[in-house]
Design a protein around this ligand. Structure first.
Ligand code: ADA
Length: 568
């Protein structure tokens, strides 16, 4: 995948982005499809979302994509998909090789002994909202679940030994000690394989290692005294390049520590306050497909607003976006797919398994990003229901197991009754005063009550943030009444809330405004009737990134908050 840096020098990688053959099959079950008889009658862009295109807009059903790659040599291949929405089955040369559920995450297909000649790749893609097939994308969520191969696809050529992952964590930021784990695969056991690690081009480790058949891990700790630290003000990044046998992998990392202490968030030992936005990966014309120009435009907006924080709501974001966040010094909340789940889901093995897999896939892609400072789960689910507590404990526990270096959290909508705050490092609340309840004048009181409630319930020793707060405004709708849906009303709500949270009350460690851009919402009636234009209109910019009045107001206040932090 085209990152901001080259991942491989010696491994051969073919980028399969471009136009693929396509057919929309409609209301057909995948098991009924005879893949050899599919008649491809159209073309589709990869990456992209077929149902965001004018021809297939709003269509749900099964679709098939096909491409062909001429292979000059036989051998072992790895096919890497960065995201397919949202259920898919991959066929190689006519044979089904794997299914995957859930858009927004990377998965791979390993192929041994592939003969030379044409490699035909067919992907059956299903964008129907069907709990039985894919419990991660449900019809009541407040965003439109576009379908298609929405991120890149690559073919990697692997040899007898290959690197599956290089995981890097800051063990001690003061001495610049990093923990490195190399996960490898190997077709046979071998002795004396060369292992070389380079840090910013200089050899940091060189030795011979014995490798196990099948694969294994190699672990080491290395110190880089004097290496620059990463922070939002100075987002210094370093390159780690590993060569193992004939394979190689490069990662770009930042040396930093992010942790909580009492009510504070600490970055490299210094308190930090989060001022930011929630961001969906969505665009009116291309759905979840995110061309480089759009990712960059969004990152520029986040930076221009003066944010130091962005929450990837409500699913794992594109790693190219995370690359930009690393470079621009944003602090990122990365979260697993989820939206307002109940005990019914949290006690269903099928749902929990899908969550666990999604969570593992998220961590695998996020862990080397300096910008990703915390993980979240189950947006606004029933953390106040005793029947849900075990599910929360399982998912948060698994996150801590996979990556003990990052604080964990979730968004609560019922802080007075919440039963899971003891399980998290950061208490995060979503609240919409002035919009769904109360008036703008009540905002300070409502927010103070939330803080008092959380503290009086015994969580005054944890950082507390508002993960979501916002108001809908239809772009261009300025009205003398200045009430709901007008740009002025959005300004009134956001101005009052931002001032109170970030300038007046030290208890709050952060705010994520809901949201950066307007997004298309779900087609379900329950949402459609509450969402003019079928859009969630709470963006600071609309779905084409045109600014609303609130944009400049937030920009001014976020700058004031930054100045206040800097003069402390
Ligand atoms: C929730 C939810 C968001 C969005 C928002 C709103 O907080 O997490 O996805 O739906 O409400 O606009 O009401």
């Amino acid at each position: 995948m085209l990152r901001r840096f080259r991942e491989h020098d010696s491994r051969s990688v073919v980028d399969l982005r471009g136009f693929w053959d396509f057919v929309f099959l409609g209301d057909v079950e995948p098991d009924q499809v005879d893949i050899r008889k599919v008649a491809f009658d159209d073309v589709m862009a990869v990456p992209g979302c077929f149902d965001a295109s004018p021809r297939y807009a709003g269509r749900r059903g099964l679709a098939a994509y096909r491409t062909c790659l001429p292979l000059l040599e036989a051998g072992r291949l790895r096919l890497v998909f960065d995201a397919v929405h949202h259920w898919c089955r991959i066929f190689i040369n006519g044979k089904a090789v794997r299914d995957h559920i859930g858009g927004f995450t990377r998965f791979a297909v390993d192929l041994e002994d592939v003969p030379a000649g044409d490699l035909e790749i067919i992907v059956l893609v299903d964008n129907r909202l069907d709990y039985a097939r894919c419990p991660l994308h449900l019809d009541y969520f407040d965003w439109y679940h576009y379908g298609g191969i929405s991120r890149g696809v690559e073919v990697h050529r692997l040899g007898k030994v290959w690197i599956d992952a290089l995981e890097v964590a800051t063990e001690d930021y003061q001495s610049r000690r990093l923990a490195l784990t190399v996960r490898y695969g190997a077709s046979t056991a071998s002795k004396g394989q060369p292992l070389v690690v380079r840090f910013d081009g200089d050899v940091a480790l060189e030795k011979s290692v014995d490798l196990e058949a099948g694969g294994g891990t190699l672990e080491t700790s290395l110190e880089f005294p004097g290496a620059a630290l990463w922070s939002p003000e100075e987002p210094e990044l370093h390159y780690l390049h590993v060569q193992l046998g004939e394979d190689d992998l490069r990662e770009r990392i930042g040396i930093r520590e992010f942790r909580t202490q009492g009510q504070q968030l600490l970055l490299n030992g210094e308190p930090v306050q989060l001022a930011g936005v929630n961001r969906h990966e969505s665009h009116a014309q291309i759905g979840h497909g995110q061309p480089d120009a759009l990712l960059l435009a969004d990152a520029q907006l986040v930076r221009d607003l003066g944010c130091n924080f962005v929450r990837g709501s409500h699913y794992p974001q594109d790693v190219r976006w995370l690359d930009l966040c690393d470079e621009m010094g944003f602090l990122v909340w990365s979260e697993v797919l989820g939206w307002q789940h109940t005990a019914e889901h949290l006690n269903d093995e099928h749902f929990m398994q899908a969550q666990l897999t999604n969570l593992e896939e998220m961590v695998a892609s996020a862990r080397n990003h300096a910008s990703v400072v915390m993980y979240g789960i189950l947006n606004e689910s029933r953390s106040d229901d005793p029947e849900c507590r075990a599910g929360y404990a399982t998912l948060l526990g698994r996150l801590r197991e996979l990556d003990p270096t990052r604080p964990v959290t979730y968004t609560s909508t019922r802080p007075a009754k919440d039963l899971c705050f003891d399980l998290v490092d950061i208490v995060a609340v979503d609240v919409y005063p002035g919009w769904y309840h109360n008036t703008p004048a009540d905002i300070p009181k409502v927010l103070d009550e939330v803080a008092e409630t959380v503290d009086s319930r015994g969580f005054s020793d944890k950082p507390l943030m508002i993960a979501e707060l916002g108001a809908g405004a239809i772009w261009g709708w300025r009205d003398w009444h200045a009430r709901h849906w007008s740009e002025q009303y959005q300004v009134e709500i956001l101005e009052t809330a931002v001032k109170h949270l970030l300038l007046d009350r030290p208890r709050w460690c952060g705010l994520g405004i809901w949201q950066l851009c307007d997004i298309r919402s779900s087609e379900a009636l329950v949402m459609a009737l509450r969402r003019p234009r079928s859009y969630n209109n709470k963006g600071l910019v609309d779905e084409y990134r045109r600014p609303k009045m609130a944009y400049d107001v937030v920009k001014k206040l976020y700058r004031q908050a930054r100045e206040k932090r800097q003069t402390k």
